[in-house]
Ligand binder design. Structure first.
Ligand code: ADP
Ligand code: AMP
Length: 215
């Protein structure tokens, strides 16, 4: 199965993708995580991507598409999280899947309003070392500011600060939200109410996926 998780930043795509990929044995491809790793390692891609990410802008399509080509496994079995983010990326994904004889089975749209998104992003904390994601209120670590999984300190992402968040929401509305119609027209769009709590969202997601698997 190949899935796309679509929705605004902070909708909970990564949180759900981690859980679903483990339960279904799918590969979780988060372009945001891959880019942050490239920035940390100061690779060519990382050096080019950093300025866009710091401003909350999208990294240019050609860089993103080349990155996806590199990590997509031959046999598929992938959750794309945070990709595609533009119509050009969506078309490139269609071509790439077709070339490999793979199909996109469903696009899950995480629907949630801006107010919730801001609340979630402002309380998001991530582990410096292993990348685990927490929320100060909705998904707190057992010990304050310390990762449950590896014991490292938790930090706030620079682009989760308020000014950058506002720009990311604008960018989402202008460049990414048009994908909702793009995939609806292809009859691939399934909407999940992402404003509920983490377990409730996971149940709705499973209902969609389980129904897909039965067909
Ligand atoms: P995205 O990958 O869509 O940017 P994340 O999965 O990183 O979003 O979630 C954003 C923040 O909101 C994180 O701090 C996460 O712990 C929290 N979160 C995720 N899903 C929910 C939910 N259903 N209810 C409340 N908080 C959530
Ligand atoms: P995310 O972790 O998904 O919130 O992404 C963090 C940042 O990485 C975004 O604000 C963009 O600058 C960049 N990014 C992630 N995925 C993409 C993508 N598919 N296209 C362009 N830029 C991306």
């Amino acid at each position: 199965m190949n899935l796309v998780f679509l929705g605004p930043p902070g909708a909970g795509k990564g949180t759900q993708a981690k859980r679903l990929s483990q339960e279904l044995g799918l590969l979780h491809i988060s372009t945001g995580d891959l880019l942050r790793e490239a920035v940390r390692n100061k690779t060519d891609l990382g050096l080019k991507a950093k300025e866009y990410m710091d401003r909350g802008e999208l990294v240019p399509d050609d860089l993103i598409i080349a990155m996806i080509e590199e990590v997509l496994p031959e046999g598929g079995g992938v959750i794309f999280d945070g990709f595609p983010r533009t119509i050009a990326q969506a078309r490139a994904l269609d071509d790439l899947l077709q070339k490999k004889g793979l199909t996109l089975n469903a696009v899950i749209y995480f629907e949630v309003d801006d107010e919730k998104v801001v609340e979630r992003l402002s309380g998001r904390r991530v582990c410096k070392t292993c990348g685990a994601v927490y929320h100060v209120k909705f998904n707190p670590p057992k010990e304050d500011e310390i990762c449950d999984k590896c014991g490292s300190p938790l930090i706030q992402r620079e682009d989760d600060k308020e000014e950058v968040v506002r720009n990311r929401l604008r960018v989402y509305r202008d460049q990414t939200a048009p994908l909702i119609d793009y995939y609806r027209q292809k009859s691939l769009l399934y909407t999940v109410d992402a404003s509920k709590d983490i377990d409730q969202v996971y149940s709705s997601l499973r209902e969609v996926i389980d129904a897909k698997e039965r067909n």
